[in-house]
Design a protein around this ligand. Structure first.
Ligand code: MTE
Length: 337
């Protein structure tokens, strides 16, 4: 990616002492703003037993969403038993270019991002198109807690516990027609709230757009997420609604979705538009197909440090081959990267 590599996370932050120091900086910089108001509320995360240190902000989400979040149940069948990344790493090391290109920009600049009320447009080849309040989109769905690996194309990775529901369940409700071969997603455009969208140096032609083939969208692993670590999504992680496609490079997991469109042709996707020779539409995690500028054979699992880089082998389909490899049978994965 024009996305930087190696990324800018400081190795010092993984030792307990420096985590402590960084937390203090985090709070000192006033980054908790929206979240600070949430301190003192009962912690939904505690119900799911995630370790969220008391001095880090929590994101309980809008009032109407809380009971649903609290009722989320762990889905072990779809969860890795690997240890989730510390909460700190997940909410401070982000790619969300709308807020800037540095890994710290989203946490620094997204705290006042308004994510309630929120509208999602369902469009295209579908029986029930329309603009729906997020509340109505979510209402019928029981939330699951699923612990997935997230592998960024920049060769870092994290284990993250998401709260969400299968995209397939949402798709079925809106009844796509037989012409719907792909699903296209769009992120919000709001130059006032998302400073990078107003930058003349921005490489992305906003909105950020992504897409999946219909069978990929319907795969039971594909998740619409509204939370992490037992709470609502922090704005920097893509609140209030994002996609999580764990066998694909992280850039497919589009954040802050405002439009879901059913289309006949393979839709354009933001990184593919910018650098088609580097980022394909499919973007399945593949240790055997290197990025033109770096190897994809291994990844740096966060947290990592100079002394303990925590480099692990990258697995085909990010370890989800059993669930997804059948969808790509016979495809030349070097061509369709
Ligand atoms: N969605 C939008 N709208 N804008 C972005 O810049 N970055 C992508 C993806 N979704 C991005 C996005 C990339 S490159 C990655 S790796 C993941 O979000 C990172 O998700 P995280 O910050 O929650 O770890």
């Amino acid at each position: 990616m024009l996305i930087k590599k190696p990324d800018s996370i400081k190795s010092s932050q993984i030792t307990p002492e420096s985590i402590y120091r960084n937390r203090r900086q985090f709070m000192k910089a006033g980054l908790g703003l929206a979240a600070v108001s949430s301190l003192g509320l009962p912690s939904i995360a505690q119900a799911l037993e995630y370790d969220i240190p008391a001095d880090l902000p929590q994101y309980p989400g809008p009032e109407w969403m809380r009971a649903q979040l609290a009722a989320a149940v762990r889905n072990d069948a779809f969860s890795t038993s690997e240890e989730p990344a510390p909460y700190y790493n997940a909410i401070t090391h982000n790619n969300f270019y709308e807020f800037g290109t540095d890994k710290r920009d989203p946490v620094r600049k997204a705290q006042n991002f308004k994510t309630d009320p929120w509208t999602v447009e369902i469009a295209g080849e579908v029986a029930k198109p329309g603009k729906y309040n997020l509340e109505d989109i979510l209402k019928p769905h029981a939330l699951e807690d699923r612990v997935y690996r997230l592998r960024c194309v920049e060769a870092w990775s994290m284990v993250i516990p998401w709260l969400g529901f299968p995209l397939a369940d949402l798709i079925k409700r809106f009844e796509p027609t037989s012409k719907a071969k792909f699903v296209r997603f769009e992120t919000l455009v709001d130059k006032e709230q998302m400073p990078e969208q107003d930058s003349i140096f921005s490489t992305i032609d906003w909105p950020y757009v992504e897409g999946l083939r219909m069978d990929e969208a319907m795969n039971p692993l594909t998740l619409m997420a509204v939370g992490v670590y037992g709470n609502a999504l922090p704005p920097q992680n893509g609140a209030p609604l994002r996609l999580v496609v764990p066998w694909k490079y992280g850039f497919k997991s589009i954040k802050s979705i405002v439009k879901i469109e059913f289309v006949e042709e393979m839709p354009a996707s933001s990184w593919n538009i910018i650098a088609p020779g580097e980022y394909g539409f499919f973007a399945n995690v593949n240790p055997e197909v290197d990025h033109p500028r770096w190897s994809q054979a291994t990844e740096r699992r966060l947290p990592s440090s100079l002394l303990s880089p925590n480099i692990v082998d990258t697995q085909p389909y990010n370890g989800y081959g059993e669930e997804v490899a059948h969808m790509y049978k016979g495809m030349d994965l070097k061509k369709w990267y």
